[in-house]
Ligand binder design. Structure first.
Ligand code: URA
Length: 209
């Protein structure tokens, strides 16, 4: 079963409060999402493998550690996921970036893939799939399907705010995918918005309505 990690670091929680605030404008909202994505990337990369090397300090040779060079890819779910990409890249600038675009079929209401572009060596990479909101989980589950269909073996899902319904949907469909969140909110309302949530993440990031 997927594990759920809630990043309760005080800096993340502080910034998340202002992200939630309806009086926070587009510029500040975007900056805060970017900053929280960086802080979350710090936590999510805790298990990155290291190798030991010899380093000449001015005093003597020391056994030191550097990253083993595990290949990573960040994949935003379009469009709101785009707001988290730069923040993650600040910490792992060599990561490749893929994209997954989904739309909701007006009749079945199911998410349908309309755009997927991933790095060529999918099977060798660890993927961090990002989307600020995990609501029903429909898009996240379908985006994970899209990655797995193309050969992805190691996927983490990272979002700012999750609803219990979305967490359950991923756990049921993809028990191998761990979930990294800044807050687990109460539930969804009748329109599929997370409550208390932050509203529509895409609209708030891009200043649309
Ligand atoms: N997507 C959003 O942007 N906000 C929600 O509350 C739910 C889904």
């Amino acid at each position: 079963m997927s594990k759920v990690y809630v990043f309760d670091h005080p800096l993340i929680q502080h910034k998340l409060t202002y992200i939630r605030d309806k009086n926070t404008g587009t510029k500040e909202f975007r900056e805060l999402v970017d900053e929280v994505a960086t802080l979350m990337a710090f936590e999510i990369t805790r298990d990155m493998p290291l190798v030991e090397i010899d380093t000449e300090t001015p005093i003597q040779t020391a056994k030191t550690k550097v990253l083993a060079g595990k290949k990573l890819a960040i994949v935003p779910i379009l469009r709101a996921g785009l707001g988290m990409v730069e923040g993650v890249l600040k910490l792992i600038p060599a990561a490749k970036v893929g994209h997954v675009g989904l739309y909701r079929d007006p009749e079945t209401l199911k998410p349908i893939e309309y755009y997927v572009k991933l790095p060529a060596d999918v099977e060798e990479r660890d993927f961090i799939l990002v989307d600020p909101m995990l609501a029903t989980g429909g898009s996240a589950v379908e985006a994970i399907n899209s990655l797995k269909k193309r050969g992805a073996k190691h996927i983490k899902f990272m979002c700012l705010i999750a609803a219990p319904e979305g967490v359950e949907a991923i756990q049921e469909a993809h028990p191998d995918v761990d979930i990294y969140i800044a807050a687990l909110d109460e539930k969804l309302n009748d329109h599929g918005y997370i409550i208390p949530g932050l509203g529509d993440a895409g609209d708030r990031l891009f200043g649309t309505k």
